[in-house]
Design a protein around this ligand. Structure first.
Ligand code: PLP
Length: 442
């Protein structure tokens, strides 16, 4: 077992350029199998998967034989057929119809992608094209938020709020502006004012500065994930929505993390009426790469309503039959096992389990929203200086090395986003591990 693990490490080092690779790390956790919320590495050591496959993906848990069987059956029947132009395939048709049932009313149009970044790209092009087809040809600007994360492709990266992503990659896509995130753990950002009041005014000022007639859409995650689990006040999105509507600007909800149950609903944005929803991750629980962009009927009809011009967008694997067949059964499992009901339970377990860390001097804020946990840390409670990267990595290493618990660092925030099938005892184990690691880090 040890030789096998070492051989894999060596091959990894030799050949792989990892996504988001940290150049100072040479050893990796190589996972070879999983069941529920537990994964085993190449040395056969079990870990509690506090990040649903490392990336908020595996909603229904690892190792579901039912999903493996569906994939095998679909691959044998028809492994692939394109969805382009005059072609279609049955799993994609059935999944689109299913998503239309689950989506907020009036959003029955679906475009499939391979994941979240290309979902953002598609949503941006769809928003611009919508205005263009209606004769509003000047609406090309996009509004994102600092700390937002919408992928690392050119447009997805441009509307994200993480500048390092563009390091050395040349000019960033133009005609994008950013506004502040609803980071209520930092009231100083709002100068003592009500955060929503401040943020709505800031957005309106920015809209007027650019010119509303030039703006296509604003994109935002209902709850920011990669920014460190930033949970907005309850009146934030309804008021942002109303403001955007006043200026004819579309709202794109990036539900790549929040969709399919992580906040206890199919879609966390349903109550504030977005125009376009980008999904990925939980749609297939990662059993195959898949994403879907849902849009209001009128927007979808506009995309295909110009007899002179194609909807010239889409990938070879848009609507891949095996991925769509898997997603259909994944959604069945979420429904059948009442997995939407898990998020509030998980929220309760972590709220209780992490209660003891709130008073630790390095803990600035503890945010628990559904199955999303963010613990914002400071290096120095007196100055509020955020916990630096190397210390965050050391904390994550400690959790993994000592407690066999997988979590993530996002800036100065320690994050947990487990499978939605996480059990009470596992939540307690994660909470105990975090409490231990943070108590010793003071
Ligand atoms: N949008 C959000 C909110 C995400 O969290 C992510 C990935 O973490 C993406 C988009 C990009 O998705 P992908 O990595 O599948 O391209």
């Amino acid at each position: 077992q040890a030789a096998y693990a070492a051989a894999l490490q060596a091959l990894d080092r030799k050949h792989l350029i990892h996504p988001h690779q940290n150049p100072t790390r040479t050893e990796r956790n190589i996972f070879v199998r999983g069941k529920g919320s537990v994964v085993w590495d190449a040395a056969d050591v079990p870990f509690i998967d506090g990040m649903a496959g490392g990336n908020w993906v595996v909603a229904v848990g690892h190792g579901r034989a039912e999903l493996a069987e569906v994939a095998a059956a679909q691959a044998e029947k028809l492994e692939y057929f394109s969805l382009w132009r005059e072609y279609s395939n049955e799993p994609a048709i059935r999944l689109a119809a299913r998503l239309a049932e689950l989506a907020p009313p009036g959003m029955s149009k679906v475009h499939f992608t391979s994941g979240g970044s290309d979902g953002t790209e598609a949503a941006i092009k769809i928003a611009r094209r919508y205005h263009f087809e209606r004769g509003d040809v000047g609406r090309t600007w996009l509004i994102g938020r600092h700390f937002g994360y919408h992928g690392t492709t050119f447009a997805g990266g441009a509307v994200s709020g993480m500048d390092d992503m563009h390091y050395g990659a040349g000019p960033v896509m133009p005609e994008v502006t950013k506004v502040s995130p609803p980071m209520v753990s930092h009231p100083e950002m709002f100068g003592g004012e009500d955060p929503t009041e401040f943020l709505v005014r800031e957005l309106e000022t920015e809209i007027l500065r650019i010119g509303p007639e030039k703006i296509a859409a604003m994109i935002g995650e209902p709850v920011m994930g990669g920014g460190g689990v930033i949970v907005p006040p309850s009146d934030y999105w309804p008021r942002i929505r109303a403001l955007l509507s006043r200026y004819g600007i579309l709202l794109i909800a990036d539900e790549v993390i929040t969709g399919f149950g992580r906040t206890g609903e199919w879609f966390a944005s349903a109550h504030y009426d977005p125009d376009i929803i980008v999904t990925a991750k939980g749609i297939s629980s990662g059993y195959a790469p898949l994403g879907a962009v849902l849009m209001r009927d009128e927007i979808g009809e506009t995309m295909v309503g110009n007899p002179e011009k194609f909807f010239f967008h889409g990938l070879t694997y848009s609507g891949h039959p095996v991925a769509c067949a898997l997603a259909l059964v994944n959604l069945d499992i979420i429904e059948r096992e009442h997995i939407l009901g898990q998020a509030p339970k998980i929220q309760g377990w972590f709220t209780e389990g992490l209660d003891g860390i709130r008073d630790l001097p390095i803990v600035h804020d503890v945010r628990v929203h559904g199955a999303m946990v963010g613990i914002e840390l400071v290096a120095d409670p007196n100055t509020g200086e955020p916990m630096p990267f190397d210390r965050m990595v050391a904390l994550i290493d400690d959790l993994r090395g000592k407690h066999r618990v997988l979590a993530r660092d996002y800036g100065p925030t320690l994050v947990v986003g487990p499978p939605l099938v996480l059990e009470r005892e596992q939540a307690a184990e994660i909470s105990t591990a975090i409490t231990d690691v943070l108590s010793r880090a003071i």
